[in-house]
Design a protein around this ligand. Structure first.
Ligand SMILES: *Cc1c(COP(=O)(O)O)cnc(C)c1O
Length: 461
């Protein structure tokens, strides 16, 4: 499988290279040159398979350089520590409405599904090349813990995660700082999240340092992360009758990674009725699907913080297809975002997008009301991100059949859940002792040179 850049000015790459490279050198994102197809018989053949086996079958054609049995061993290892053996179990709420629970991984949010596999894919490829990397990331809460869990104990990786001291919730901090693996380094920066991001940028912009420690990132545009998410759309649809029945999915959306994976499943031949793009008040994507205009505004803080995003980085992958895979159009659009804050697509492109995508914006009051409603009707506490998705599903497709992606465990957002439902959701058993576990982290001033020294000293070489 060859991967091509959405901006057309970077070299084509094999899967391992696209994975290690992340962002293409021309600023574009890698996409498959051709989507592999699953026939209806292939889809039927997935019915009843354990999740890791279905994942290995679906992912194999994307991952050149990996043998089938080796990939299966990796998917089995990646999903062995999920609290539910189904990995992405379905829960029916009412006739025509289901939740797909994607939060049974080690950090209680859906990013684990892709990250757990990504850490292993990275490690395997680095070992093969006899290379090591240093991953540095900044987090305001959630992504840091998923990255740490994915990279802990990996032989070829050292990981340093910066968080703003005293400005992440205690659950979020402890999910990171109680991982005591030798290759995991948490750093509390005496500053804000913006300071952490500026330091991160500083480390990447210092090219000497960057080469010295072979710096890398595992951000949400990485192709390997996106493709790992295609799997649960397919296994869920098959469990509900695909290919002989087409259902819809409602997807709480921030960076457009998760919902783009649903689009990928459709490109592979999965019959899907609609993909519902559900946003909170940060609604750039909703406005796009309503008007064809993509225009950035200021980010506002909501109770679903993992979706408080204005520039949806993975959206470029869809724009590339909507432009008929014309890289010059994508380059123009991205230049317009940088220069004027946005652009408009052609009426034909908007029409094409709307054949598959619906969209809905859900405000704070409706999010809280939906959490309360589901608790009253079904006795289930859902987290605010899931509530945004479910509200969109109920508004746009009251009769279904539609599956809402449940992207976080309610215990990850206890304050929002308590406000809506009047109960404080407990942590699951495997994390019940989180508040007693030993923590380890360094506290550093907001100073690039100090941070770089710290990384030099602690990375294993
Ligand atoms: C990251 C995240 C999302 C948004 O996913 P994207 O792929 O960025 O669209 C939704 N819910 C939760 C809980 C998340 O952590």
């Amino acid at each position: 499988m060859q991967y091509i850049s959405t901006r057309g000015q970077a070299p084509d790459m094999s899967f391992p290279d696209a994975m290690l490279t992340g962002l293409a050198r021309d600023g574009g994102l890698y996409v498959p040159a051709v989507w592999p197809r699953l026939s209806h018989d292939d889809l039927r053949g997935l019915a009843g398979l354990p999740y890791p086996e279905a994942a290995a079958r679906i992912l194999l054609p994307f991952m050149d350089g990996i043998e089938a049995d080796e990939l299966l061993a990796m998917t089995q290892a990646a999903y062995a520590n999920f609290a539910d053996p189904a990995i992405a179990p379905l829960r029916q709420l009412s006739e025509g409405h289901w939740l797909m629970e994607l939060f049974h991984g080690p950090t209680l949010a859906f990013k684990d599904v892709a990250m757990q596999l990504l850490g292993r894919l990275f490690d395997r490829e680095l070992a093969r090349r006899q290379q090591r990397i240093t991953i540095v990331g900044a987090t305001s809460g959630d992504t840091g813990s998923a990255a740490i869990e994915a990279c802990r104990d990996r032989a070829a990786i050292d990981i340093f995660i910066l968080h703003p001291e005293g400005r992440v919730s205690e659950v979020q901090r402890r999910q990171m700082t109680t991982v005591l693996s030798e290759n995991v380094h948490n750093i509390a920066i005496q500053g804000t999240f913006d300071d952490c991001q500026a330091l991160l940028k500083g480390t990447f912009n210092d090219l000497t340092f960057r080469d010295e420690v072979t710096l890398s990132a595992v951000n949400s545009i990485n192709w390997a992360r996106v493709v790992a998410q295609v799997v649960y759309y397919i296994t869920t649809a098959v469990a509900l009758g695909a290919p002989d029945r087409a259902i819809s999915f409602a997807v709480p959306t921030g960076n457009f990674g998760c919902v783009f994976a649903g689009y990928g499943a459709v490109q592979m031949g999965l019959p899907v009725e609609k993909l519902i793009v559900a946003t909170n008040r940060n609604d750039i994507l909703h406005r796009f699907f309503q008007t064809g205009t993509y225009h950035c505004e200021d980010v506002v803080a909501t109770q679903s913080p993992s979706m408080d995003i204005q520039v949806a980085s993975n959206f470029e992958r869809l724009l590339f297809d909507l432009a008929g895979r014309d890289c010059a159009i994508v380059r123009q659009q991205m230049a317009a975002v940088a220069e004027q804050g946005g652009f408009q697509v052609s009426p034909a492109a908007l029409r094409q997008a709307r054949e598959l995508f619906l969209s809905c914006r859900v405000d704070e009051a409706a999010t809280t009301a939906t959490m309360a409603e589901v608790f009253r009707e079904c006795g289930i506490a859902i987290d605010p991100h899931t509530a945004v998705g479910l509200r969109a599903a109920r508004e746009l497709m009251p009769d279904g059949p539609v599956v809402t992606l449940s992207t976080a465990h309610p215990a990850k957002f206890p304050d929002a859940v308590e406000k809506a439902c009047g109960i404080r959701p407990p942590l699951p058993d495997h994390m019940a002792d989180l508040y007693e576990r030993e923590e380890r982290f360094a506290v550093l001033p907001n100073d690039l040179a100090v941070l770089q020294d710290h990384i030099r000293r602690l990375r294993r070489s």
